[in-house]
Design a protein around this ligand. Structure first.
Ligand SMILES: [Ca+2]
Length: 316
């Protein structure tokens, strides 16, 4: 399902509109989508618009002509639904400012006095050396707890956060899954405010939940094209420091699942349209069961088999 030639031959804007147009054009040529009876269909573009969570009372569906990359849910074929999330709208656990992680930990009711300990254990897990910080943890601390030592490298998946000493006990919190769901390891320090989740915006403690909700309602109507539009709602503090941008990055998390959300799988796609002799994207990461932080291989196999049998139509 190639993109139009212009996407390969020229540098094109990576604005939401240009990417959406390119993807839409590519999908419109896909054999599996043209032939609606083809069981390998990715998803049903014709019937999906009305089921989008962004449907409005006026019946105006012009917005639905583009596939949004802000995690909006779309109805697929049969019992499947899907979401596309630009990863620059999520929080990158490896590189995000530590104040952002602190804000997230506060949402999990971590007491103020324990915040730095969590941050230091995270830093020790990632950094190359074996020198532990105050309240941090390196290999000897992990051995004491009969845990595998820290990898001393960036996390490879958001779920790896469970392997950091002490962090697993947070998994009992009712908001834990939402917290992990909002993390990525393929993001950027600069957040795309057009695709940022509510949780990501809340991690900026200068912004109130009320203003964020107002902003998201405004954004659902039409993408923000100038920072001034965002600042009019969120205030000027948003613009300081250059931590925000208006366009997507290269990586997109695709979530496909059943309508009752009991079955869910995720892919991380990196768009690579300008790389020679390469497909327009590559899959960086696949998680057959993001709802569970740790499942056995057997459980994974059963899950995948179940997904196959219930015919969630993805990659045949
Ligand atoms: Ca280390």
């Amino acid at each position: 399902m190639p993109l139009d030639p212009a996407f390969y031959g020229y540098l094109v804007s990576c604005a939401t509109e240009a990417q959406a147009t390119g993807i839409k054009a590519a999908f419109s040529r896909a054999e599996s989508l043209i032939n609606i009876d083809d069981p390998s269909a990715l998803f049903d573009l014709w019937d999906s618009s009305a089921a989008s969570q962004n449907s409005n009372a006026t019946g105006d569906n012009r917005e639905y002509a583009s596939i949004r990359v802000d995690g909006s849910k779309y109805q697929g074929v049969g019992d499947a639904q899907f979401q596309i999330q630009d990863t620059t709208g999520l929080i990158d656990i490896n590189i995000a400012h530590r104040d952002v992680i602190r804000a997230q930990l506060r949402q999990l009711q971590v007491p103020e006095s324990e915040l730095q300990g969590y941050i230091n254990k995270l830093e020790d897990y990632i950094d190359e050396n074996d020198l532990h910080r105050l309240e941090g943890a390196e290999a000897p601390h992990y051995h004491q707890q009969e845990m595998l030592p820290p990898r001393n490298a960036n996390l490879r998946t958001p779920q790896e956060i469970n392997k950091i000493l002490g962090w697993k006990k947070l998994s009992k919190h009712v908001n834990w899954h939402a917290f992990v769901e909002n993390l990525t390891v393929h993001g950027e320090k600069t957040i795309n405010i057009n695709a940022a989740t509510r949780e990501t915006l809340l991690a900026n403690e200068k912004l109130s939940a009320e203003k964020i909700d107002e902003f998201m309602i405004r954004r659902d109507k039409k993408s923000i094209s100038r920072f001034g539009e965002a600042a009019a709602i969120l205030g000027n503090s948003l613009l300081i420091g250059g931590d925000y941008k208006l366009v997507p990055g290269k990586n997109f998390r695709i979530t496909i699942g059943s309508n009752d959300e009991k079955i869910k799988q995720q892919f991380l796609l990196k768009m690579t349209p300008l790389e020679n002799n390469a497909a327009p994207w590559e899959i960086l990461w696949y998680n057959p069961s993001p709802n569970k932080s740790e499942i056995t291989l057997q459980e994974q196999r059963e899950k995948i088999e179940h997904v196959r049998k219930t015919a969630i139509p993805f990659f045949g």
